[in-house]
Design a binder for this molecule. Sequence first.
Ligand code: SF4
Ligand code: FES
Length: 249
Amino acid sequence: MAEKTIQLEVKRQASPNAEAVWEKFELEWRPGMNVTSALMEIAANPVDASGKETTPVTYDSNCLEEICGSCAMVINGKARMACSALIDQLEQPIRVQPLTKFPVVRDLAVDRSVLFENLKAVKAWVPVDGTYDLGSGPRVFPQQQEASYPLSNCISCTICMEVCPQFNEATGFVGAATIAQTKLFNAHPTGKVYKEDRLRALAGDGGVQECGFAQNCVEACPKQLPLTEAISDVSRDVLIQKAKDFLRA
Ligand code: SF4
Ligand code: FES
């Protein structure tokens, strides 16, 4: 083993219902390594710290530059992106485990489909599909573009949900990302055609009122989305929508 090494401990789980076990690895240090590249080293040579052969660690990753949102995991107790977690900035042994609020598929790979189901529930898209040319869309003032841009940076990593005390089975809370995307699409001149549907989807159990304003989400979001501001704004809009629906009834 080289002079400078990395001590890594990885929580392994062979299948969704298998018992989890910790495995220790010792890897050769190289400059600029991050947690994902360390996991790649293990894949290239799946041998644990005692020299015993093991299997490559399963994990999600794609872009390697904090854009695709797939590599979220818990590193030294903190939910963060593995591709931007530099080895030299981490205390060793580095302990790596899957997100805790999502079902484990295998090792560090978890099933985060709940976020995508929540996004579907609030119709988090601009409805532009058609069989003919719809022409150019409505113009958006630069001020509005600037206001919306930070919300468009969401990478669907689910870290805001992982760190939220209210995101659990008891509340069914949709989480900050879905609420932020509601604000984004409701502000869009074409997207707002679904504004009322989105607000109604967030008006009941599991909706925006479940937020306890712990503010963990805004601190943990790797893309620095203005999440608490979005939750406040959407809460207000949901209340207005409820009042309108009451008066219409
Ligand atoms: S709001 Fe931030 S933490 Fe939540 S999914 Fe989007 S990028 Fe990740
Ligand atoms: S691999 Fe895409 S965000 Fe980390």
